[in-house]
Structure formats: structure tokens, C-alpha cells
Design a protein around this ligand. Sequence first.
Ligand code: ATP
Length: 324
Amino acid sequence: VKNIAVLTSGGDAPGMNAAIRAVVRACSYYDVKCFGIYKGYEGLINNEVEVLNARSVRNVINKGGTFLKSARSKEFRTVEGRKKAYDNLVKNSIDALVVIGGDGSFTGALKLSEEYNFPVVGIPGTIDNDINGTDYTIGYDTALNTVVEAIDKIRDTASSHNRLFLIEVMGRDAGDIALNAGIGAGAEEILIPEEDMGVERLIESLRKSKKTGKTSSIIVVAEGDKSGKNIFELGEYVEENLNDYEVRVSVLGHIQRGGPPSCYDRVLASKLGVGAVEALLDGKSEVMIGIVHKVVTIVPLKIALDKRPHKHDGLIKVADITSV
Ligand code: ATP
């Protein structure tokens, strides 16, 4: 492997820049030419490719987002689109690709590799932490801290007005952000996609805690919760069924994706970026570089794409106990 390219794809996540930087600098360290591809697979199809050297990535480790930009590409989902992408890789003499993104991006990388026998390595970059085979994804820790900070602020107003706040956080399929930020911010209840708590039990639990003297409450709701109601409907339902509680809804939205990456995410991204280049130089392909018990680990992309086992049991209990 002499020429490695790197791209970021799917939803952006804080720490992606640190990962690109690590890839570029590892290439420089190992004397490999490095190419940056702009706008993910879309940019690869349109040949938006640029040579990067160690100095191209100065002053980016501390920045959120991705300076290579990210995109969602419909065309790359087609055989013809991937042919164009492959032709551009060949045209630029690129002989291996690092893809920083989530499961959709990994699926695309795997297809490219299977169709053209082209070496690919994935780095998990998504705030959701929803990738199998790695304890953490890049951006997740920063998102947690952002969410906790936001909830702390909402708590001030909740307790000043005796209000109950429903706060929606990201997580369509994974409750990691909701559960961990919920515990960290002292939420009363946490609704996640992996568990169906039932709205009746939610109301019952809120009634009980009111009796024990709680005057305000924070309920953290993941986007993909199983209540069967959107957060505004849920807010109305709670208000109707719990007398004398003023209910307010807050959707945190895209602030969860932004901001400077935490130190944890910067270090994680640096480790995984270096690991990706080393794996390619070692002849590996169709693998993700993840972190398991603090050790950089090489996981087949096919396993990374498997459904993650439900691993929240202990945390759900902690959330229940600490919110009595
Ligand atoms: P996030 O978890 O943040 O949403 P992601 O990587 O899962 O990140 P997606 O939008 O699902 O984000 O995927 C990113 C891109 O990967 C898509 O726009 C598409 O170009 C490519 N991709 C996704 N699924 C496939 C597929 N089945 N075949 C080929 N390419 C795909």
C-alpha cells in the first residue's frame, strides 16, 4: 500500500477531524502518500480529491465537524455510482481507503471492496455509539457532555418553576446517549428504544415521586423511544394524566453533534486513525478499527454491521435506583 485516501461519510461527529489528522500523520510517519476526499462518497464519485500532508491537518484536532465535509450519497448506493467511485480511485492511483462514519458508510465500503477487491478500513465515527464490536464510537463522549450540560441548564429552570421537562436526545435505535446522559444529569426517567417502559408505568412512577416530595422532574427521551407517541404528544399525555404539573418539552437537536471534541474523543480518534493506517499497511481489509477494553481492536466489517447485543441492563438498574 503506497497511497491511502480518507473520507468522512454520513452524519458528522465531533472528533472526525482528529481522526483524519491521525490518518494523515500516520501516513506521513510511514511514508505513504495520503489523499483527502471531500464530501464522502459523493465527492469520490465527483473526483473531489486532494493530496494531504502532515501540515494540511494543523489546527483541526480541536474543531468539531469534519473539514473534509460529509454527505449522504444516493448514487453510491448504485452499482454504477460505485463504478465511478472506483474509477476515480484508480485514476488517482489510490490503493486503499479509510472510511470514517457509521453503519451505512461501512456497508458502502464493504460493497466497494467486494465488487473491486479494493482494500477498505472503517473507523466508527457517529455520536450514537451504535456500532457493534467497539465499546465507543468517535463523537459519542462529546455528545454526552453536550447533552449533560444542556440538561443541567434546563434543570435550573425546571426547579425554579416546579416544571416537568421532557427532553428529547438523539438515538433512533440506540439508547446510549439517553441512558448515560440521563444518569449523568440526574434524570427522573429515561425512555430508550431498547426497552418498552409503557406510558402507564411512566405516569405511575411520576405520581409516586411527586408523593415523595419531588417538585420538578427531568425525563430524558431518546428519539426512537417505544412510547408510540412523539415527544409533544407524550408531553400532552403526561400533563393530562398528572394534575398540577406544568409540562414542557425541549428537543435538543443538532447542538448534540457540534462543539469541540472532548479529550476522550480526540485521543480515541487519534488511536483509531493510527490503527487504520497500520492495519492497511499490514494487508488488512474489510475491517473496522474499534476500541474494546481500552485496546485498539481489528473487527471484520461484517461483524461491525451486526446488530449490537442489548447491553444496558446494569445501567437501567442504576438509573432506577438513583432516581427513587
Ligand atoms: P450515521 O450513523 O451518522 O447516520 P451512517 O454512515 O450510518 O452515519 P448513512 O447515511 O446511513 O450514514 O450512510 C452514509 C452513506 O453511505 C450513504 O449516503 C451512502 O452513500 C452510503 N451507503 C449507505 N448504505 C449503503 C448501502 N446499502 N450500499 C451502498 N452504500 C451505502
